[in-house]
Design a protein around this ligand. Sequence first.
Ligand SMILES: [Zn+2]
Length: 287
Amino acid sequence: MKIGKAEVTRIEEYHGLGFPPQAFLPDWSDAAVEKHLQWMVPDHYSPNDGRLVGSIHSWLIRLPNLTVLVDTCSGNHKNRPDSPFFSMMNSRYMENLAAAGVDPEDIDIVFCTHLHIDHVGWNTRLVDGRWVPTFKNAKYIASRSEFELLVGEEQRLADNQHMIIDTIQPIIDSDQWLLVDTPHHICDELYIEESPGHTLGHCHLTLTSGGGKAVFTGDIVHHPIQVHFPTWNSGACAAPDLAVPTRLKMLEGLSETGDWLMPVHFARPFCCRVGRPINEGFECVME
Ligand SMILES: [Zn+2]
């Protein structure tokens, strides 16, 4: 996808069956989604399997003088005792990055919308038994409040204890973290703003170039059905009371401008535009 001077490419870690809908979206009901089955099945929901269909991917943004990677999926060979799906993955993510024509050394900025295991994993990789930064020339940007939360109270989760050791600490040791207060401009075309709810320090990134605009939204939305039902939180949203107004504000803004919504977990076609308001939500325009 071209947005002005920027070229935007999806780098896949996983695309396929995800969580059971009621487990992941507690407000899901078969009656509510019935009229949406015609667009959801089979690309976004598999009733036969009783599972949502989703994706885990990064967005690569290539500007003339800057190469940015937004969120880095789950990573390979990482032990996640609480989350079997994300544990000991062995994906072709690095091959997919190479197929996009990018060497790890080419990445200037890694931006993590938030510090969950499926958004920071490829920050590091295992080399000769040691976890080392995957992108040795990059600055890794995260929000300061998100970072402080993780190294504070969120350490009670076993997954996070592992993540700090294998994914966060190596970037501290190599002095590559750049913790920012929001709003923060990376360059003329890219800026970061806070969007609390899924996590308290969650942020999103807006790309503006040549009259085009795209918003990289991390986990403000996980599945396109949430465009139709913006009050549906995922079970993984840490602050549900904040997640709903954040999602509504984001979708309302995109509905007015017609700019691109670029989430991390939508299945094919992986992104959408937000159309006119309908009932309690918005039209989800997938081209
Ligand atoms: Zn996620």
